[in-house]
Design a protein around this ligand. Structure first.
Ligand code: NAI
Length: 267
């Protein structure tokens, strides 16, 4: 295998389960982390169940790790306390433990919601200023900035993947632009692991969709060549979903419903 020990956080989740299979050939040991049960320990797996908000546990988990794929955390809008503990403190613990353990690279599941307030009619690239559409999106921008800091000060490399919509297939019209197939997600992660030098990068995570909002030149540097396209589902999606009002925030903005939704107020 190319690596001795790769850590995947959020390994009990949807994307974690995809990588648990596809990264198997790339690591002598795959360390899987989640706060939920991870099922049976399979050959070449090490399981480490802990909450990412638990600093000491994250530090212990990180010993001996070479590369990190950081997927764990709240995957959508939530109360500030949940976002603070799981995404902001969790992200900090990952980077600080990575520094102390001498980790070479972190691959981070950022999100379209880091830039969700750009209009769908705009085409942006990785250099576009962040425009988060939710507290969740703000937490993604925080960890992107954290990764930048840890690269500039300590040389820890990062690839932040602003993932669009990573699901088995696109199910609404927005996903015709934002969809990322599971196979293309795996390919992007593998390219992010295998490219010898990445420095600090932000890339978009979507398949080869002609309706894309993004100029993904940066991802091409990694050798990422998406094999799937939401275009194959266009007719099906148009037949099963209404057009929507282009002035409605959920249709107007790249973040879709997250841009339209209200805000969790503290009790
Ligand atoms: P998921 O909810 O299926 O997986 C997230 C996992 O993180 C869960 O297994 C959960 O138990 C774990 N987790 C949550 N808080 C934790 C904590 N405090 N400590 C330890 N574990 C914790 O979500 P999914 O779809 O697999 O997403 C993975 C990552 O990718 C998330 O960071 C999400 O924000 C990001 N992402 C996903 C997109 C998608 O389309 N699926 C789009 C953009 C970003």
């Amino acid at each position: 295998p190319a690596f001795k020990n790769i850590l995947i956080t959020g390994a009990a989740g949807a994307l974690g389960n995809v990588l648990r299979e596809s990264l198997r050939p790339y690591a002598a040991t795959l360390t899987l982390n989640d706060r939920e049960p991870l099922g049976e320990v399979r050959e070449n797996e090490r399981h480490f169940v802990c909450d990412l908000a638990d600093r000491d546990a994250v530090f212990e988990m990180m010993r001996g790790i070479e590369m990190v794929i950081h997927l764990g955390g709240a995957p959508r809008e939530n109360t500030f306390q949940v976002i603070l503990d799981s995404n902001i403190a969790g992200g900090y613990h990952i980077y600080e433990a990575a520094r102390q353990a001498g980790v070479k690279r972190v691959i981070y599941a950022s999100s379209v919601h880091a830039i969700g307030f750009y209009e769908c009619t705009q085409t942006i690239d990785a250099a576009a200023p962040q425009r988060p559409d939710s507290l969740y999106g703000v937490s993604k921008t925080f960890v992107e900035n954290l990764s930048r800091y840890y690269f500039d000060k300590f040389g820890i490399e990062s690839v932040c993947m602003r993932i669009g919509s990573c699901f088995p297939k696109p199910v609404d019209r927005r996903m015709l632009a934002t969809w990322l197939s599971y196979d293309d997600f795996s390919q992007l992660c593998i390219r992010a692991l295998m490219t010898p030098s990445v420095g600090h990068m932000i890339v978009y995570g979507n398949s080869d969709n002609s309706a894309s909002f993004w100029d993904n030149t940066q991802a091409a540097y990694l050798g990422y060549r998406p094999k799937d396209s939401a275009d194959a589902y266009r007719a099906e999606v148009y037949a099963s979903t209404p057009a929507g009002d282009p002035r409605h925030p959920a249709v107007r903005f790249q973040g879709g419903q997250f841009a339209a939704d209200g805000h969790y107020e503290d009790p």
